[in-house]
Design a protein around this ligand. Structure first.
Ligand SMILES: [Zn+2]
Length: 130
């Protein structure tokens, strides 16, 4: 059994940062989508025509890409908040070891220790180079 190294003050600080980041991302995403839902947004891209349509479509494309990244980050933050609620926050999802506080301070939603993260990234690189 791994001894949990985060104390209440650490957890409270990191929770506040996760919630603040979540709030900022949600607001940002709202701006990128112009207040539309994802489906409406994609629909509008398809409906565009006229001379500047390619440019507008490209702009929309960038917006949607940004939104995808935001979506991924939001998902990671939600997962982190869930782990907080379950008392597993700050433990590596793969090996179960404590993720160093320094690493959590840098990226509060991080799910893996440096070692496991490196293994995952090597795995991904191998997959995409095939
Ligand atoms: Zn690990």
């Amino acid at each position: 059994m791994v001894t949990y190294t985060l104390n209440t003050a650490d957890l409270e600080r990191l929770t506040a940062r996760l919630l603040a980041r979540r709030h900022a991302l949600a607001a940002q995403r709202h701006i990128h989508l112009g207040g539309q839902s994802r489906t409406e947004h994609a629909h509008e891209v398809l409906q565009q025509d006229g001379d500047d349509a390619p440019q507008r479509a490209a702009d929309r494309e960038v917006d949607l890409m940004l939104t995808d990244q935001e979506e991924v980050e939001l998902g990671a933050i939600d997962a982190a908040l869930e782990r907080l609620a379950e008392g597993r926050y700050g433990l590596c999802e793969d090996c179960g070891e404590n993720i160093p506080l320094q690493r959590l301070e840098l990226t509060p939603q991080v799910q893996h220790c440096v070692g496991c993260q490196a293994v995952r990234e090597r795995g991904r690189l191998r997959c995409t180079s095939l």
